[in-house]
Design a protein around this ligand. Structure first.
Ligand code: AMP
Length: 389
């Protein structure tokens, strides 16, 4: 999702710039001011509570704002993103927005601040008063709205500066110039956005070879925990020696080690369009870890793919592999093969079930030639890339 907040004093041009943003990026527009004016026009209880405050140029209570905004956001979970105009307007509302975004498993992508000196705001609002018919567009109320902005709304900027997602624009430029600057900012935000795919499938489903080929085609970093552990052993690193000890005593490698390696990989990888995870997460615990790791890096899972192949076909593929030089140590007997399939069923299927409730999970038919399956995967990924933009 692309979630944008337009920030700036009354009269900065937030409403005007919203129009092109909604069209160009297909965002769902939320203007708390407009929502409040609707409540007033419909003479609802909320509207009556807010009316006097708005007419005096004050800020409506955060409690009222939460009520009007929550329904709108949670009622549109399938939207491509939201455009907030006039929200958040207090430090508390910045936290409220964080909470709402978490509920939708997303985050605010950027805050764009249109900077305009007070006198310019006053002049623009007085001009607007001639046509807007808004009871709060008169000089005394305007001055009060600006005072509220200075005292209660300006501190919100720091909240987003600290998060590193605040962009400031000179709002006294022409409408077209401001629009161009906004476009540039959004382009930059989108280009930093990662496509993170988790690829599932039973052993033998082709997830490894398909994952590698997809990573190459779409400039994604392929993250497979098995080979990462092997590489550490090969490099004889401190972690590698520990892993070797565990392997030799037949123990599982604990999550602490796997997490360190994945975190190192995510932080050190540059200039890719995203990550493709294979073999991780394997358990529910690891699924929480991956969500946490990506969140720490300002990202999240974009797509979950489950490659489906009938069990008999899996056994026959793994058996065939065991007779080639691609034979893995765990392919050598039917007993081992069946054990791996059972292990997947027990530990990993619950992860896919959990992801179904949180992310886009796409089932791909894994039968047919490598190329046939690859094409099916490419189609899904390209669709996802389109929606990211
Ligand atoms: P606007 O249309 O954004 O200029 O908002 C008009 C008026 O609605 C403001 O002066 C406030 O009284 C009220 N209002 C709009 N959004 C908020 C908000 N997020 N928090 C508190 N009051 C708001």
């Amino acid at each position: 999702m692309l979630n944008v907040a337009l920030f700036g004093p009354p009269g900065a041009g937030k409403g005007t710039q919203s129009e092109f943003l909604i069209k160009e990026y297909k965002l769902y527009y939320i203007s708390t001011g407009e929502l409040l004016r609707k409540e007033i026009a419909n003479r609802t209880k909320l509207g009556l509570e807010a009316k006097n405050v708005i007419e005096a140029g004050g800020l409506v209570s955060d409690e009222i704002i939460v009520q009007i905004i929550e329904n709108t956001i949670t009622g549109n979970p399938d939207s491509r993103g939201f455009l907030f105009d006039g929200f958040p307007r207090t430090y508390i509302q910045a936290y409220i927005l964080e909470g709402l975004m978490i509920k939708l498993n997303t985050s605010l992508s950027c805050l764009i601040s249109l900077e305009v000196p007070e006198e310019v705001s006053v002049q623009r609002l007085l001009n607007r008063a001639k046509i807007s018919g808004r009871s709060d567009d008169n000089e005394i109320v305007i001055r009060n709205r600006l005072k509220e902005y200075r005292e209660k709304t300006m501190p919100v900027l720091n909240f987003y500066k600290e998060k590193g997602i605040c962009h400031e624009i000179d709002g006294t430029q022409s409408i077209e110039d401001v629009r161009e600057e906004i476009r540039k900012i959004i382009k930059e935000v989108l280009s930093k956005r990662l496509l993170n795919i988790v690829i599932f499938g039973y052993p033998g489903s082709g997830r490894g070879s398909q994952g590698k080929a997809l990573a190459e085609k779409y400039n994604l970093e392929y993250v497979a925990t098995g080979p990462m552990l092997d590489a550490e052993i090969k490099n004889n690193s401190a972690i590698g020696r520990k892993i070797k000890e565990l392997y030799e005593s037949g123990q599982l490698v604990p999550d602490e080690i796997v997490v360190q390696l994945i975190e190192k990989k995510i932080s050190s990888t540059k200039d890719v369009k995203g990550f493709i995870f294979k073999g991780f997460p394997r358990t529910l615990v690891q699924s929480y870890i991956l969500d946490g790791l990506l969140k720490k890096h300002g990202s999240s899972i974009s797509l979950v793919i489950d490659i489906e192949v009938p069990t008999l076909e899996l056994i026959s593929r793994l058996d065939a592999r065991s007779r080639t030089d691609r034979c893995m140590p765990y392919d050598t007997s039917t007993e081992k093969i069946v054990k791996r399939l059972q292990e997947h069923e027990k530990k990993t299927i619950p992860v896919i079930e959990k992801y179904k409730q949180m992310h886009d999970v796409v089932n791909i038919n894994g039968e047919g030639t490598f190329e046939e399956v690859f094409l099916r995967l490419c189609e899904v990924i390209e669709e996802k890339f389109k929606n990211l933009k």
